[in-house]
Write a new protein. Structure first.
Lengths: 152, 391
């Protein structure tokens, strides 16, 4: 089946960045996967929040993730809920755990052509796709690093 | 985390009236009209007058009439208690538990808890084609990928469970087939024709691994219940049904401060509080009306409420244990999958009807305790549940 490229206007499902999350979306536009790191205790957190959920500190920095991780789970959407996605079904949704921390799990999409490689535990690395003016999204690709990857 | 058992409130209150509207795919009326109909029915069922009501509580996603707007319509000038929770199934039982608190403390005498929605003909849980229901600031990270609805969250969770425990599509199908069979004995149910495994397997994919028949109905309709102190229940029109326990919880999200292992649901947190308050165990439950936004939700709750071990939910379902004739009848009304989707409040009504002995061909004989539960749509650690007891 020919996959139709996801086209603008992307009008119906634009993300709504807020004052806490704006740096995340700006970093994506610069092809960086950025997460917050607490200056109080060093814990990472995602999504963007004003304080650290572990120690309560307000002191934080945005830092770039290495952009590697493993698939925690996935789903394949067949029934489009909005007009934006009607041309692209079926499409994959991924939940990826970043290597930096156990509970750092990020939603994202899958780079084209990798559907048959998706499985829980597969290692992936972040890539970026400009899908609309001002909107860059995560597209995960396979990552050959990691102890078990040679057997996949 | 401290578990406060609230056992002092056990059996102090009762549900004294239940009311329904018809369930359909197009009510043709407003949510206000639906709410009024259900509430009038519940108040009449209790043998009360509308002027007796001094509390109103509901939950919604901004898709329904609020207690503030409803009170003057019902002619209620002076409410002692009102509440409007933002959310769906996850808080469906929270509002009843909080009404329990209002009545037990004497803040209010008769509290109506209602849910009215036109979730097929008006505001649908997929956001009526306009994108996700904006339930939290975390939605922004999902929606641009087309990760829009509870079905997507639950598909992710089901996939983890299948991967970890070998849960199969046939085991998910068992939920849907069992409940459709129960619905065939329920005149209120929207879907009454028995479902076969072939029909299930041939039904279209919504979001793999969830097919059409893994997903609950979208319904227009309303339910209402009336909560009061236990001692007045005996003087009203129906056999009393006591609230033995209520529990609710939140705090996790899909991400950090998170619950990354979705093979355990939010029910795992509320279950111990719930059984602790009631002073009973899962083995005492005679009927379980488990929130069934999706078949997977039922499967995982069977594990998390302790009816079977973690990972064994699929095998438990296949054994017939959840049939009307089994050791723990589940969703005796057909549930959200087959009776109708009133966001969990119809589960409370069914639990009450079972304990009153009013369920006719789908009656669980000798039922003394019933469990009724709510779970979230967008998976964020919220759930709520009640244990009801024949008075």
């Amino acid at each position: 089946m020919t996959r139709v490229a996801l086209l603008p206007p992307y009008g119906l499902v634009q993300p709504r960045p807020d004052r806490d999350s704006a740096p995340f979306w700006e970093a994506l536009r610069q092809r960086r996967l950025a997460v917050q790191r607490c200056d109080g205790c060093g814990a990472y957190r995602f999504p963007a929040r004003c304080i650290c959920n572990r120690c309560g500190s307000w002191a934080t920095q945005w830092t770039d993730s290495a952009g590697t991780g493993e698939i925690v789970s996935y789903a394949v959407v067949h029934h489009p809920l909005t007009a934006d996605f009607a041309p692209t079904v079926p499409y994959h949704l991924l939940a990826v755990r970043l290597d930096e921390q156990e509970d750092l799990i990020v939603p994202g999409g899958l780079a084209a052509g990798l559907e048959s490689y998706v499985s829980i535990g597969v290692r992936v690395r972040a890539d970026f796709a400009d899908v609309a003016p001002g909107l860059t999204l995560l597209k995960w690709r396979l990552d050959p690093s990691g102890p078990d990857q040679a057997t996949r | 985390m401290a578990h406060r058992a609230m056992s002092g409130l056990r059996d102090q209150t009762a549900i004294v009236g239940i009311g329904y509207t018809d369930f359909s795919s197009n009510s043709g009326v407003s949510t206000t009209t639906l709410a009024v109909r259900a509430i009038q029915n519940a108040v009449a069922d209790a043998g009360l007058s509308m002027s007796d009501i001094d509390g109103l509580a509901t939950f919604s996603l901004g898709d329904s009439v609020s207690p503030t707007a409803l009170a003057p319509i019902l002619g209620l000038k002076d409410l002692n208690y009102h509440a409007h929770q933002f959310g769906g199934g996850s808080v469906s039982h929270t509002i009843v538990g909080q009404a329990m608190m209002a009545c037990a403390t004497g803040v209010a005498e008769y509290v109506v808890c209602y849910r009215a929605l036109n979730s097929r003909s008006e505001f649908r849980m997929g956001g009526t084609g306009q994108g996700a229901v904006n339930t939290s600031s975390e939605m922004q990270y999902k929606v641009p990928y087309g990760w829009l609805s509870p079905a997507h969250d639950y598909a992710m969770a089901a996939r983890q469970h299948m991967n970890a425990f070998g849960t199969t599509p046939e085991q998910l199908a068992a939920v849907a087939i069992n409940q459709r069979f129960n619905a065939s004995m329920n005149e209120r149910a929207m879907m009454r024709k028995p479902l076969t495994i072939d029909e299930y397997m041939e039904s279209r994919w919504i979001v793999d691994p969830l097919r059409l028949f893994d997903c609950c109905l979208e319904s227009d309709g309303a339910c209402a219940v009336v909560v009061a102190k236990a001692e007045v229940a005996r003087h009203l029109a129906q056999p009393p049904v006591l609230l033995s326990a209520a529990a609710w919880g939140l705090g996790h999200s899909l991400t950090s401060n998170a619950w990354p292992d979705q093979t355990e649901s939010a029910a795992a947190v509320t279950a111990s509080r719930l059984f602790g308050m009631a002073g009973i165990g899962a083995q005492h439950i005679d009927a379980a009306e488990l929130y069934d936004c999706f078949t997977y939700s039922v499967l995982v709750q069977l594990e998390d409420f302790g009816f079977c071990a973690k990972g064994e939910g699929g095998r438990f379902l296949e054994s017939g244990a959840t049939a009307l004739s089994g050791e723990i009848p589940v969703n005796t009304h057909g549930g959200s999958l087959s009776e109708g989707y009133i966001h969990g409040l119809n589960h409370v009504c069914e639990a009450v009807a079972q304990l009153r002995g009013q369920c006719g061909p789908r009656q669980v004989e000798g039922a003394e305790f019933a469990l009724s539960t709510g779970q979230q749509g967008v998976i964020a650690g919220e759930s709520s549940a009640l244990i009801l007891r024949k008075g």
